[in-house]
Design a protein around this ligand. Structure first.
Ligand SMILES: C[S@@+](CC[C@H](N)C(=O)[O-])C[C@H]1O[C@@H](n2cnc3c(N)ncnc32)[C@H](O)[C@@H]1O
Length: 210
């Protein structure tokens, strides 16, 4: 059977779902927890799309005045997000199983799109970013928190070598040029903020022309 990258990625996250939060906990505690509220302060409402919501780690940081549609391709990751929503009686988010490369929404309906650590995993990131552009209103915004290829040549060389095996094991790519991908998809970038000296972790903020 021919290799299907989307199926592979979905199966890897389905497999990882039960231990995902535990496995990420050290990084969450060290870094991610302080970056997540920052990105959500920038989300422009009322209608916000969260791409690849995963187990719902961003939900505690949603500002009160937005309504969020959260999508993910992995039903097992989504189940954990759903449990969180139900346990905490949260009514500002609706969850949908959906492929970010083929969004089932009309054009120009969201005020902004937000994603954290998503475009490292979405198999065709440019397609996913084009879809985000399509469903965002003209003048609407995109806010990303992502890890990507290091700007340090020696580290970038190692990351490129490890990209294929890590993708096979965990479904994630560690050597993506996410800033270039955002531009390729047609977004106008207005800010890139490096969060680590090696350039791996960054905030990217962009706007849909128009
Ligand atoms: C590294 S996790 C990040 C989850 C969450 N955003 C967070 O910050 O913890 C990547 C997520 O991307 C999802 N994903 C991968 N490919 C996707 C696709 N084509 N469409 C939607 N979600 C996808 C995975 O199921 C997984 O939940």
């Amino acid at each position: 059977m021919a290799y299907n990258n989307t199926k592979h990625t979905k199966s890897r996250y389905d497999l990882a779902a039960p231990i995902y939060d535990l496995a990420e906990w050290p990084m969450e505690k060290l870094w991610f927890r302080k970056w997540r509220p920052e990105i959500w302060k920038k989300a422009e409402g009322p209608k916000v799309l969260e791409i690849a919501i995963g187990t719902g780690k961003n939900i505690p940081y949603y500002p009160d005045d937005i309504e969020v549609t959260g999508i993910d391709i992995s039903p097992k990751m989504l189940k954990r997000a759903r449990n969180h929503v139900e346990k905490n009686n949260i009514d500002q988010v609706s969850l949908k199983e959906m492929d970010a490369q083929q969004l089932g929404f009309n054009d120009n309906i969201f005020d902004s799109a937000v994603a954290t650590f998503a475009f490292c995993s979405i198999p065709d990131p440019v397609k996913g970013l084009q879809e985000a552009l399509r469903v965002t209103k003209p003048g609407g915004s995109l806010h990303l928190l992502e890890h990507m290829l290091s700007k340090k040549p020696s580290l970038a060389w190692i990351m490129k070598k490890l990209d294929t095996p890590i993708h096979y094991i965990a479904g994630v790519h560690i050597a993506r040029n996410t800033v270039a991908n955002v531009e390729k998809a047609g977004w106008e970038i207005y800010s890139v903020k490096e969060l680590s000296s090696n350039g791996i972790f960054r905030f990217i903020d962009a706007r849909k022309p128009g």
